[in-house]
Design a protein around this ligand. Sequence first.
Ligand SMILES: Nc1ncnc2c1ncn2[C@@H]1O[C@H](COP(=O)(O)OP(=O)(O)OP(=O)(O)O)[C@@H](O)[C@H]1O
Ligand SMILES: [Mg+2]
Length: 288
Amino acid sequence: MNPIPPSRHDVKSPDLEQVSRQLLQSEKMAAIGQLAAGVAHEINNPIGYVASNLRTLVGYVEVMLKIIDQTEQTDSMSELRAVKKRLEYGYIREDVLALMAESEEGIERVKGIIAALRDFSHIDEETFIAADLHHCLDTTLQLMNNELKYRAQVIKAYGKLPPVACMPSQINQVVLNLLTNAVHTLGGDGCITLRTGLAGELAWFEIEDNGKGIPEEHLPRLFEPFFTTKPVGEGTGLGLALSYRIVEKHRGRIEVESQTGQGSRFRVWLPLEQPAAGPTKPQPAEGR
Ligand SMILES: Nc1ncnc2c1ncn2[C@@H]1O[C@H](COP(=O)(O)OP(=O)(O)OP(=O)(O)O)[C@@H](O)[C@H]1O
Ligand SMILES: [Mg+2]
């Protein structure tokens, strides 16, 4: 008999744990990097037309100033009307309002994207706060819009949810990983459905795709670090492992239902409250 000395495990497992933590950390960074490329594209479009509108508006303002200046130079209303007509005041008057409304909407879109990105930037935050899960889903959808818009129809079937004690940026990360996997599996006529609901003290959200589905023999391995069916260089197999960890930290669980050729459904269950935080937990009056 040659028993393994207990110290061998004691020494090895913290190293493995640390390596795994570092790998998951790099997976988070990679996901954010990928997101940033899409976001840059999403921002570029509104910024482009707002800039172009501004140039047109400068021209319009010059014309309007010319017309106003004209009032200093003539007392004749008919002459003034002729100038207005010549400078196409009627058209400009309408277009100015349309351009300003469009620019305002463009700026709002950029503001929305920046706010969503800010939600992601606290990815290492470790405190539970009462958050709106629908906001987490919408934020992530907004940031992935560039990848989604040409590939899938997105259907939202949200239920009614109270605030959920969670680490919102980390839940965003889970949504991002699930949505990214869903997008990757889609063929033509792609469809992604997001649903939410409440069952007693648990909230859930799920992401369903009508993609390729998962063969039964892969189901038990999905959450293993490095399990991937994607070609080398395309997937590291850490997305679901990271998501599993995050959900585990929330004392929740992930369920998968899938059949080859029928698409997949990933449902994440989260308790409404956490022992160390949450709205009903009284705050200690003094630290110690
Ligand atoms: N929605 C899905 N439809 C079909 N297969 C899926 C789906 N989600 C996950 N899988 C399968 O599970 C594997 C592991 O997923 P995971 O997100 O952990 O890694 P990955 O997507 O391969 O790589 P990474 O997320 O690190 O870029 C995938 O390679 C794929 O085979
Ligand atoms: Mg993945």
